[in-house]
Design a protein around this ligand. Structure first.
Ligand code: GLC
Length: 439
């Protein structure tokens, strides 16, 4: 493999770098210029992966800026609001969450009260690997490491409701795959009060109407209990162990162990935690009958029926047994996913009734889920799969630009333009070929 980019790759690199530069606010990167004007948590982790290859100093600021929003109990919120944006300029804005009225809420910044897939330790480690042995990187890790430990402690102590080793999400938005068909069943089971909470005018590209009432009602329940840990564990009606959230948690727990070794911390508790999560994912989320991972609804104590792209995220587990990896690869290459999509990987099983090629997280291909599977495939030496994902991802952005998501059959771009993680992860993919050290 050549260490140099081709002319076409250089043009792509420059275009991606321009998107990230344009979306930089001075302290953080907005996911897209119009639609998402604040800082989102897992977006910032993906953005840091790309900035690591382009402007590492900015990548460090991106992550530190996000952690300004960390709550006293360790929760890393999924949105940190930009005070320069009009208070009612985005729904749901600060008024829904009331973080400034919570005992554990951060001071000096307002945030949401939900969390997001915990990719940050992994991003911090890769960022360091792009510039190892430099003083700014070591100083940065020394500052970030205790915050990452607090984030993971919150997940282990507050979100592992049944002591299984896995963390639960309390809202579809915490999965990052907000409107995934995986959540249809638990959302449909909610007993909604006869009031509509959401404003009537929300962006047309986002889910609307009754979905939104359910989303907002779940937040209202949390807020009214003061985001109580006991309430979350015992009563909150949405409690799901998701394979993608837990796979990112596992990958980041392994990264934390490596970071501990770099900053002089204790790696042992992180290694022990990783071991537990690995076993729990296989025991609780692996479905022998269909040969893939599925989300578990804790309130019903059963696996949720729809197979989505999240089912492949446990490829991020470096210890996944070879037979399990083979099952996942078979499913991934089948006509239910990559085998029948010109631009894989669709976010939902193409043969599922809920599949919708244009629906938000209900079928389209997203760059970040492709990146997660690419990274997982490389970890297992699955170079053919990694090349498939690399090629599909670059074809999408070459054809349609750095869009938010894409039609999995013909690659048409959808959602917002100049979407930050689409650009950032292309930088990481191209950078990994040029300097594979952090691939
Ligand atoms: C949408 C996505 C979510 C992302 C956010 C900001 O809500 O579903 O995953 O973090 O946009 O880009």
């Amino acid at each position: 493999m050549s260490a140099r980019l081709t002319g076409d790759e250089t043009a792509l690199w420059q275009a991606a770098a321009r998107v990230l530069d344009a979306n930089w606010t001075g302290t953080a990167t907005v996911p897209s210029p119009g639609l998402y004007p604040h800082q989102w948590s897992w977006d910032s982790a993906f953005v840091a992966l790309g900035l690591a290859r382009h402007r590492p100093e900015r990548a460090r600021r991106e992550l530190l800026s996000l952690f300004r929003g960390q709550w006293g109990d360790g929760l890393l919120p999924h949105v940190v609001f930009n005070s320069a944006v009009a208070r009612h300029g985005y729904f749901p804005g600060p008024e829904l969450w009331c973080s400034d009225r919570q005992r554990a809420g951060p001071r000096g910044v307002v945030t949401s009260g939900l969390t997001h897939p915990p990719l940050h330790a992994l991003a911090a480690l890769r960022l360091h690997e792009c510039a190892p042995d430099t003083e700014p990187s070591r100083d940065f890790l020394a500052r970030l490491y205790p915050k990452l430990v607090a984030q993971h402690r919150y997940l282990a102590e507050v979100r592992d409701y049944e002591g299984t080793g896995l963390v639960s999400i309390c809202h579809p938005w915490e999965s990052g795959l907000d409107n995934s068909p995986a959540w249809d069943r638990p959302l449909a089971a909610l007993q909604l009060p006869p009031t509509a909470y959401a404003p009537h005018r929300v962006s047309r590209t986002l889910p609307t109407g009754e979905d939104y009432d359910r989303y907002v009602w779940l937040v209202t329940l949390l807020r009214e209990t003061g985001y109580s840990h006991d309430y979350l564990r015992e009563e909150h009606p949405f409690a799901v162990e998701d394979p993608l959230v837990n796979a990112t948690y596992l990958a980041s727990t392994h990264a934390l162990a490596e970071l501990a070794a770099i900053v002089g911390g204790d790696a042992v508790p992180h290694r022990e935690r990783a071991e537990r999560v690995h076993h729990a994912m296989l025991d609780r989320l692996w479905d022998r009958d269909t040969g893939c991972f599925r989300a578990r609804d804790l309130r019903e104590d059963r696996l949720l029926p729809v197979v989505t792209v999240a089912s492949f995220a446990p490829l991020l587990d470096p210890e996944l047994p070879a037979a399990t990896v083979r099952n996942l690869v078979d499913m991934l290459l089948s006509a239910r996913f990559a085998g029948a999509a010109g631009y894989p990987v669709p976010t939902c099983d193409i043969q599922a009734p809920a599949f919708d090629r244009g629906g938000f997280w209900r079928g389209p291909t997203w760059i970040n889920t492709n990146w997660l599977l690419w990274h997982g495939a490389l970890g297992h030496g699955l170079t053919v799969i990694a090349d498939l994902l690399y090629g599909s991802t670059l074809r999408l952005v070459r054809q349609s630009g750095f869009r938010e998501y894409f039609d999995p059959f013909d690659g048409t771009g959808r959602g917002s333009h100049d979407y930050s993680w689409s650009a950032a992860l292309v930088l990481d993919l191209l950078g990994a070929r040029r300097a594979p050290r952090a691939a």
